[in-house]
Design a protein around this ligand. Structure first.
Ligand SMILES: CC(C)(COP(=O)(O)OP(=O)(O)OC[C@H]1O[C@@H](n2cnc3c(N)ncnc32)[C@H](O)[C@@H]1OP(=O)(O)O)[C@@H](O)C(=O)NCCC(=O)NCCS
Length: 222
C-alpha cells in the first residue's frame, strides 16, 4: 500500500458483526483501527482490542481527530449512506476498504467509503458508488454499476452492464442477467435470478424473479 503514515488511523462507525469484519479487512490492508463508534455498545471498553469511543457519531463528527479517516460499517443501506453524507458535510475523509484477496480491475472506479470484501471481483470499467458494499465473493462484472449505498450480498452476481440502484440490496447468491437495471431502494431476494428490470422500491424473489411487495418511496437521503 502506498498510504503515508499520517493517514493510517481509522475510526469505524458500527461495532456489530459487520463492523468487526470491516476491522479485520482494515487491519489486513495496513490501517491502524483507533476506535469503534457505536452507542449501541455503550459500556464496553473495547471490542477486538479496539477502544470503544464515547458518544455517538454526532459528537464525534463535530470534533473529528486530525489525520484520521472514517469507515462506516452499518448494514442498513439508507443509514450508511446518510451517515456518509453527514461525514462529507464535516469534511471527514472516508476510507475505501478492499480486502487483499479481492480482484479489482484498474479500470474500475471505486467511490469513497466503499467496501470490497474477501474474494469479491470487480471487473473492467465497473463503477462502485459511495458507501456501496460488495460483499464476500460477490461478482460485479464489466461495465456494471453499483450506485451509492447499494449492497451486493455474499456470492451475488451482477453480470455485464447491469445496474443496482442507490440503497438497493442484491441478496445473497442472486443474479442479475446482462443489462438488467434495478431501481433505487429495491430488494432482490436471496437466490433470485432477475431477467428484466426492477422498478424502485420493489422487492422481487425467485427464478425468474417476481414481485412480492413494494415499499413507499419514503427513504430519500438528504
Ligand atoms: C426477499 C426478502 C427481503 C423478503 O423479505 P420479506 O419482505 O420479509 O418477505 P416475506 O419473508 O414475507 O416473504 C414473502 C414471500 O416471498 C417468499 N420469499 C422470501 N424470500 C424469498 C427468497 N429469497 N426466494 C424465494 N422466495 C422468497 C416467501 O416464502 C413468501 O412467499 P409466500 O407469500 O408464498 O408465503 C428476504 O426473504 C430475502 O431474501 N432477503 C435477502 C437477505 C440477504 O441476502 N441478505 C444479505 C445479508 S449479508
Amino acid at each position: 500500500m502506498s498510504r503515508i503514515l499520517s493517514e493510517t488511523s481509522l475510526i469505524i462507525a458500527g461495532a456489530g458483526g459487520h463492523g468487526r469484519v470491516c476491522a479485520d479487512v482494515a487491519r489486513r490492508v495496513g490501517w491502524s483501527v483507533t476506535g469503534f463508534c457505536d452507542p449501541a455498545f455503550a459500556g464496553a471498553r473495547e471490542i477486538l482490542g479496539v477502544p470503544l469511543l464515547d458518544g455517538g457519531e454526532g459528537e464525534l463528527f463535530a470534533d473529528w481527530p486530525r489525520e484520521t479517516s472514517l469507515f462506516i460499517a452499518i448494514g442498513d443501506n439508507a443509514r450508511r449512506l446518510a451517515l456518509a453524507n453527514d461525514a462529507r458535510r464535516h469534511d471527514i475523509p472516508l476510507a475505501v476498504l478492499m480486502d487483499p484477496s479481492a480482484v479489482v480491475s484498474p479500470s474500475a472506479v471505486i467511490g469513497p467509503g466503499a467496501l470490497v470484501m474477501p474474494n469479491a471481483t470487480v471487473n473492467a470499467e465497473a463503477v462502485v458508488g459511495r458507501a456501496a458494499l460488495i460483499n464476500t465473493a460477490a461478482v460485479v462484472e464489466h461495465g456494471a454499476r453499483v450506485d451509492e449505498g447499494a449492497h451486493v450480498a455474499p456470492g451475488a452476481c451482477m453480470t455485464g452492464e447491469t445496474v443496482l440502484g442507490a440503497r438497493s440490496l442484491l441478496g445473497a447468491r442472486a443474479t442479475l442477467l446482462p443489462g438488467v437495471q434495478v431501481g433505487a431502494d429495491a430488494t432482490v431476494g436471496a437466490g433470485a435470478v432477475v431477467t428484466s428490470d426492477v422498478s424502485e422500491c420493489l422487492t422481487v424473489v425467485g427464478a425468474p424473479a417476481r414481485p412480492v411487495r413494494k415499499l413507499d418511496p419514503v427513504r430519500a437521503v438528504v
